[in-house]
Every structure is written in C-alpha cells, then in structure tokens.
Write a protein that binds this ligand. Structure first.
Ligand SMILES: Cc1cc2nc3c(=O)[nH]c(=O)nc-3n(C[C@H](O)[C@H](O)[C@H](O)COP(=O)(O)OP(=O)(O)OC[C@H]3O[C@@H](n4cnc5c(N)ncnc54)[C@H](O)[C@@H]3O)c2cc1C
Length: 509
C-alpha cells in the first residue's frame, strides 16, 4: 500500500515522484513498464547521447497515421525517464498566451503568471541565470550551443535568417522574443538530462520512494467510484495488485487514455466495442489529439564533409509568426544537421513546423489487451487553416534554400520536388498528404470544467467522477503549446507534485 502511486516514470511522472517524495511521511511508488538504469555508469549509450534521439532500443514500437495517406513509426520512450530519456533535448517553453488560454478555458492555476514559477523551479539555465523569467538551481540543466560550437550548416542557417530579415534571438525562452538563434537544450557535455537523470538521481536515495521498473499496468482498480490501486504484470507475465490511497496516471498522451479505457473509463460505445464494462462514461478519453504537424525540406549538399551523423542533430531555431497568422510565433523552422542514412547521399533537411494547430486527431481503441497500442489518427492538415499556414512556412523555408550562405551549401532540393513546382497549391497538397508529427502528442485526457463535454480531469488534474485518481502528463493539456512539449510536461509534474505534497486534503490524503 502506497500513499501515492505514480503510473509511468516519464517527464511528468519523474517530476511528481521527486516533488511528492520530498515529504518523508508520504510513501511514493513509481511504476514503469521499461527498465531502470539507476546511475550514469549503467546508462546505455543511446540514452546517454543527447546529440540524437534514441528511436528503437527503449521504445514502445507504435505506429501512427499522420494523414489518411500514410503510416509510419511513432517513437515513445519505454524506460525510466520515458520520452525525456530518448528525445532531442530541445528545451523550449510555450508562449504565455498558450497557458493563458488554458486558464481562460476554466482551468484556474494554469495562467502564464501561475505556471512561470514552476518553469523557473525546474531549470538551471546556464546562459541566463539572472533573467527574471529564468531559474538557476533546478534539476534540469539547460544551455545553448555558443556560436563557435555551431556546425557550419547551423552558422549558415543563422546568417541566412538574418539576410532574410529575421531578428536575432539569443534566448528562445524569452517569453516575448522571436527570431533565429541557438536552441535551448537540456544536455550537458552531450549527456541528455532526462527526467530520470535530473529528478530521480537525487530522489532515489529517499527511503519513502520505491521505483518499480519492468512493471506494466494493465488497469486501474476502482471500487464504489474510488480508485484503490492498479493491476500489474511483471516481466514473467505474472499478474498482481498494488494498493494506493491516490493513483497518479502519468503514462503519456497515448498510454494514459489506453489505461483509462481498459479500466472502463471512456466513451460508453467505444468501451462496448472492445468488451470492457462501463465504469464511467467519459467521452473525452482519446479525443482532442493535438500535435505539431511538420514537413521536411530535404537538401542534398555539395560537400559530403558537412554531414556527420554523430554531431548534434539540432542546434538552432527560428520562431516566427506566419504572414496571415492570428497567433504569435505559430511557426518554427529548424535546421536538421543530417538526413537519410549513413553512407547514402550527403543530405540535411530543414523542418517547417506548425506550432499552433487548429485541427485535432483522435485515438481509437481496438482491444482491451494491455499489450495493444491504440490506433493514432492525427488528421494533420485536414483543417484548411493548418494546411494554409504550414504551406506558408514551407515556402518560407524554401527561401532559405535560395539564400546564401545556406544556399551555397546545397547541391539540390530533393523534396518538395522542384520538378513538380513549388506553387502554394502544390505545397498545400503535399502538407495534406505528407505532414508528419513533431512527436508532441497531447490533449487526449484534457483538463477542463465538468461543463466541457470533452474534459476528463479538473484544473487540479483529478478525474471527473472517479475519486483518488489524478492524470498528470501531456494528456491533460487542452491544446499543444507553441513549443516542443517536454518542458511543459516537466512543468505539469512540478505543479501537480507540489499540489499533492502541500495541499493533501485536495487529493483525499
Ligand atoms: C523521439 C522523440 C523526440 C522528442 N524530442 C523532443 C524535444 O527535443 N523536446 C521536447 O520538448 N519534446 C520532445 N519530445 C516530446 C517529449 O519528450 C514528450 O512530450 C514528453 O516526454 C512526454 O512526457 P509525458 O510525461 O507525457 O510522457 P512520457 O515521458 O512518454 O512518459 C510516459 C511513461 O509511462 C510509461 N508507461 C506507459 N504505459 C505504461 C503502463 N501501462 N505501465 C507502466 N508504465 C507505462 C512509459 O514507458 C513512459 O516511461 C520528443 C519525443 C520523442 C519520442
């Protein structure tokens, strides 16, 4: 029996485990389907290497349909640290307007002014420790590659951005700044500072924190409208139960809704389809899937020595507002250092990314088996506003391929195929067919007042209609923020962890 049992040791789960276990009187369990590597010496190379993603070694092996036209792999970390342990280490915050919109939708406590203390608390910004909006002593170290560390293509990208009229942006996490500059990143000497490294390294010595790796949660145990624990399966397939006074579901935007569905919490008809008895009709579970659609502008380079697959995959960023956009900084362009495969033609790519998404996708559930993944249907660019704005960003990106010094490095643009024309209409069609994910799914168990038919949890992340059950991870975001999502997941973990530790009566503890 734990006081607080957290399901999923990802970005949010690690932060919650660390913050709640600061109170030595509270016993905390942290369950994770994947393995645990307790110290840096045991950390495998793919998890240590913050210069590139780990795609397969610690992964759930999922697939997604970004548009109805294609299917592709969809990576998600399966290890203590979760997706923060396998990701690109881009450490960007959303815009103040993103969180103010969450608050305006009826979620008290989530406005920019109310989330800023958590963003400051989670970070140790090595470049701007004195800025009023930065923190200098949190568990997640963040720095930017200085100019002399930038690869030639990234230096050229920044120079071309200047020549195209974009302002310099030395700190992309300055809430009011925009333009091109170095990417803030949570890696130190190339080592990824994941949730496991940043939050758990110091917390795991506490006697009141127990980490349970290689343990798959099959379903929640609920009796008389109250969650009492979880049913788990170990590596051998043996099934048992773990009791808790409060269960916190932090299994990520794809698996949290799956666990809810397997437990009978979801849309009535969808539960019937997979043969699960209804516990609570919650139509929002698996809906409102929000993410960042992106396209690739693939370039063959003239000089093969520019391409090094062991170098940082990313170092710079351009955050800006589209020509006809209603929302500030709704676009990103990223220079990606290499593309294709080792030994293949030398290539890099530029990634135009839509950061403010109007459309929504959904998860579909085809089985109640805990080993089955949901079907992920993003419906990217089905909304014509998304299509038009992303197409504008692709055209802006193509301007980089014609602007020195970046243009001087490029032998040929391979995609979008210049032979088929780069008209706005042609590019919009490509967006509708080939947009892919920035790997930032969220919103599938969103927070909101009970009057919102798709709301799954309230503003304190407590499930509507089931006691002693909290959801806290990327699922609860009402919409994807205009930034890569890892820091926002840490921020959610910081807030919920602090609330559980300091306002126990709000959580029935
Ligand atoms: C390849 C890749 C690159 C990315 N790059 C960036 C980046 O550079 N910057 C950025 O900001 N964001 C990036 N992201 C996204 C970011 O990492 C995620 O948004 C964030 O980590 C999600 O946090 P979370 O807590 O919601 O879920 P996760 O971190 O995914 O954690 C969920 C955890 O729950 C566990 N789990 C799931 N189901 C069960 C179960 N049934 N039983 C037990 N355990 C379970 C999982 O194994 C996992 O450890 C990237 C993601 C990927 C995959």
């Amino acid at each position: 029996m734990f006081d607080v049992l957290i399901v999923g040791a990802g970005s949010a789960g690690c932060a919650i485990a660390a913050r709640v276990s600061e109170d030595p009187t509270v016993s905390v369990g942290l369950i994770e389907a994947g393995p645990d590597y307790p110290d840096l010496a045991q950390l495998p190379g793919d998890l240590r290497n913050g210069n590139n993603n780990s795609y397969t070694a610690h992964d759930w092996g999922m697939e997604y349909a970004p548009t109805p036209h294609r299917k592709d792999r969809f990576p998600r970390g399966r290890v203590v640290g979760g997706s923060s342990a396998v990701n690109t280490t881009i450490a960007l915050r959303g815009l103040p307007e993103d969180y103010d919109a969450w608050s305006a939708a009826g979620n008290e406590g989530w406005s920019w002014q109310e989330v800023l203390p958590a963003f400051k608390r989670l970070e140790r910004d090595l470049d701007y420790p004195g800025a009023s909006y930065h923190g200098d002593s949190g568990p997640i170290s963040i720095r930017r590659h200085p100019h002399d560390e930038l690869l030639p293509a990234h230096q050229a990208f920044l120079q071309s951005a200047t020549d195209l009229g974009y302002p310099d942006c030395p700190d992309a996490n300055d809430p009011w700044a925009w333009g091109a500059g170095p990417q803030p990143m949570n890696k130190l000497n190339g080592v990824r500072i994941s949730g496991a490294v940043g939050y758990l390294a110091s917390a795991r010595i506490r006697e009141n924190l127990t980490i349970l790796p290689k343990t798959l949660v099959r379903r929640l145990l609920v009796a008389n409208g109250k969650c009492t624990g979880v049913e788990v399966e170990d590596e051998t397939g043996a099934v048992s139960e773990i009791a808790a006074r409060l269960v916190v579901l932090s299994a990520g935007a794809l698996m949290t809704p799956s666990v809810l569905m397997r437990s009978g919490i979801g849309a009535r008809e969808e539960l019937a389809d997979i043969g699960v008895d209804l516990l609570r009709d919650v139509p929002g579970v698996g809906k409102n899937l929000s993410d960042h659609p992106a396209l690739s502008v693939l370039c063959e380079v003239k000089d093969a020595s520019l391409i090094n697959f062991d170098a940082p995959i990313i170092q710079t960023i351009l955050r800006y507002t589209g020509e006809h956009s209603e929302h500030r900084c709704d676009l990103q362009i990223e220079q990606i250092s290499f593309a294709g495969r080792r030994g293949g033609p030398p290539m890099f790519l530029l990634a135009p990314v839509l950061e403010y998404q109007y459309g929504r996708g959904q998860l579909k559930f085809t089985s109640a088996d805990a080993h089955h993944a949901p079907v992920i249907e993003n419906q990217f660019c089905a909304d014509e506003r998304d299509r038009a704005i992303l197409a504008g960003c692709v055209l802006d990106t193509l301007a980089f391929t014609r602007t020195a010094p970046l243009a001087d490095m490029i032998a040929a643009v391979k995609f979008p195929d210049p032979g088929r024309g780069h008209s706005r209409e042609a590019i919009e069609n490509l967006c509708q067919k080939f947009a892919g994910s920035g790997y930032h799914p969220c919103g599938t168990a969103k927070m909101g007042p009970e009057s919102d038919p798709l709301a799954v949890v309230d503003a304190r992340c407590r499930l509507h209609g089931v006691d002693q059950l909290v959801v806290a991870d990327a699922s609860i975001m009402p919409a994807v923020p205009r930034a890569n999502t890892n820091l926002t997941c840490f921020m959610i973990g910081e807030k919920v962890g602090e609330w559980i530790r300091t306002e126990k009566n709000q959580y029935g503890l």
